[in-house]
Design a protein around this ligand. Structure first.
Ligand code: FA5
Length: 353
């Protein structure tokens, strides 16, 4: 068991090895430890027996070293038996700095919602919240999508099994925050100016790297006299620069929504290639085109204003609606390519934010 103890340095090395071995086995049963190191056939006794191989003149020093080791081991094994060790002092030292308890933090989506709210409140929008479970009327019908209109198919809707209400129709899980448009007009007794930012949960029957069944949208609605596309574009640019940083641009492309006319899809310039779509000689891997699509926008359709009791000959408005998760994951430095991670509940992922 004990080899090469013919010299003092060799004995010292054996002792060091032994100490290390002891160090990495602090959880071993105390009785076993005592037998293994201090028992009749233990390490220390073996070493004692090998003292005869150490040159005579060095034996006193070697013996003393072994005795010290024995006492040390004995002491440490006793401490272990009491659930203590040299590294965990058994006296309270009031001068030591305290242990910092693990503190949680708000979920990244909540952080994004706070930031978005702040950006819009600063330019005069009022944060509101409308039901997550709402009537067909507010989600579709009042938004210029009468019953059986094919445009409804774009929203992969969850229906609630409750009796239909006469004017309101079926009950659904809100597919978009646009359900807040006519509700806000009603809340303000159809009297503009309206500057609403509605942030809420939405639900759709979708699940892949860019879609989750539950997600959040934020919806802007501005109605007043003389509101035009320039006001919409200015608001988009303002948000892009505040949320993504100076230099970020917005772009609108023609699209179709039943509740806006004209309608647009909204893109923000990529923070990696700054809208060029190129990184050196190759394509930007993050966006491929220089832009990221975040959601829809447009000028409020006259039929929607009418549904909210507002005269479209007197007032005009713009609206936009984007996904919070999508908008957030495009932030510089995040580059999250699967939004399902956000709701995975994986602390290793969430602790990074
Ligand atoms: C709408 O929902 C319109 N209500 C937006 C709008 C508002 C247009 C006002 C005009 C005026 P769309 O279905 O494209 O549009 O959804 C908008 C954004 O919501 C998407 O670009 C995406 O960012 C987000 N989104 C939609 N479905 C999901 C989903 N299943 N998971 C995560 N994000 C989603």
């Amino acid at each position: 068991m004990v080899q090469n103890t013919k010299s003092l340095p060799a004995l010292k090395k054996t002792i060091t090895d032994l100490k290390q071995q002891f160090d990495i086995e602090p959880k071993t049963d105390v009785e076993n430890l005592q037998n293994k190191y201090l028992g009749k056939r233990g390490f220390i006794n073996d070493l004692m027996k090998s003292l005869k191989d150490v040159p005579r003149e060095m034996r006193p020093v070697a013996g003393q070293l072994l005795n010290e080791l024995k006492e040390n081991l004995d002491h440490q094994i006793k401490l272990l038996g009491k659930g203590l060790s040299e590294k965990t002092p058994n006296k309270i030292d009031l001068t030591l700095p305290g242990l910092k308890p693990n503190a949680g933090h708000t979920h990244p989506v909540s952080q994004a919602i706070e930031e978005i709210t702040h950006i819009f409140e600063k330019i005069g929008f009022t944060r509101v919240r409308y039901p997550e479970v709402d009537w067909d009327y507010y989600v579709f019908e009042s938004l210029n999508m009468p019953l059986d209109h094919p445009a409804r198919d774009e929203w992969e809707t969850f229906f609630i099994e409750v009796p239909e209400a006469e004017k309101m129709g079926k009950m659904v899980l809100t597919t978009h925050t646009s359900n807040g448009q006519v509700r806000e007009m009603e809340r303000l007794n159809s009297k503009p100016p309206i500057r609403m930012i509605n942030i809420a949960r939405c639900y759709r029957r979708q699940q892949d790297a860019t879609h989750t069944q539950m997600f959040h949208q934020f919806e802007g609605l501005v109605v007043d006299k003389g509101i035009n596309i320039q006001h919409l574009k200015g608001t988009l640019d303002h948000f892009a620069q505040q949320f993504y940083g100076p230099g970020t641009k917005s772009r609108i492309r023609p699209f179709h929504f039943q509740f806006t006319e004209p309608s647009f899809e909204v893109d923000f310039s990529c923070h990696i290639c700054h809208g060029t779509g190129k990184k050196g000689r190759s394509k930007c891997k993050f966006c491929k085109s220089g832009w990221h699509e975040v959601g829809g926008a447009g000028m409020v359709h006259p039929n929607v204003l009418k549904a909210g009791g507002i005269d479209p000959d007197e007032y005009t408005g713009f609206a936009f609606g984007w996904g919070v998760e999508r908008t957030y994951t495009l932030k510089e430095g995040l580059n999250i390519d699967d939004i399902r991670l956000i709701y995975s509940g994986d602390l290793k992922f969430l602790e990074q934010f």
